[in-house]
Design a binder for this molecule. Structure first.
Ligand code: MLT
Length: 206
């Protein structure tokens, strides 16, 4: 028997070959996004790890020096660790590793973007709610086959619209097919985000 994948996590087996990798925001945990995952896709498997970094007791996926200023060394290390977890979890639960779609919110969206940039082979697509540029990779990845949906809040005080737009440009310049929606919203997730992401996901052929 293989060892348990090394993040605290939830796994909910679905009926289809698709798996949603659910990545919570700062202060969240592995249970937070399970209802969102089900709402986005009622038949996918759900894999939801808890971030290993604690900031004042709040779980995150990587360290930051201040709001919006990331510890890039830690981010790179954590990105590799999370990507390895996804691969080992796919083996452990015997899920199709060709159809793993990240669904990240805030800090979770930022590490999902980082996986796309540093370990693109792990994900087939991504839904990023409230994301910014996590890092600029030394070598541009080949994202030609990747589909990305980004939902941003036009009045988000934590994720500046300019940084979301930079992320869109970065992903597009590497070949990704990116759909962006700006909502009249702040940092919080809205029903419009969820509804449009759900429609996009339903049409996606991976
Ligand atoms: C981050 O640290 O990833 C972003 O600032 C979003 C957040 O507050 O978690």
């Amino acid at each position: 028997m293989r060892p348990q994948p090394d993040f605290i996590h939830e796994f909910v087996r679905g009926e289809s070959d698709r798996t949603l990798l659910l990545l919570h925001g700062t202060g969240g945990n592995e249970r937070d996004l399970i209802p969102l995952g089900r709402e986005l896709d009622s038949t996918a498997s759900l894999l939801s790890p808890r971030g290993k970094v604690l900031e004042n007791g709040m779980p995150r996926f990587f360290r930051r020096l201040s709001e919006g200023v990331f510890d890039l060394e830690d981010l790179q290390k954590r990105t590799q660790g999370l990507a390895d977890f996804v691969i080992s979890a796919a083996e452990f639960y015997k899920i199709d590793n060709k159809e793993i779609i990240a669904v990240g919110y805030s800090n979770g969206a930022n590490i999902a973007a980082s996986i796309l940039l540093l370990r693109p082979g792990v994900l087939s697509a991504a839904i990023l709610f409230r994301a910014m540029v996590p890092l600029v990779p030394e070598t541009k990845p080949d994202l030609n086959s990747k589909r990305v949906w980004i939902g941003a809040g036009a009045h988000d005080p934590i994720i500046p619209a300019s940084s979301t737009k930079e992320l869109v440009e970065l992903l597009r310049s590497a070949g990704a097919d990116v759909t962006t929606r700006f909502f009249q919203a702040g940092h919080e997730l809205t029903s419009n985000d969820v509804g449009l992401a759900r429609e996009w996901l339903a049409k996606l052929k991976t």
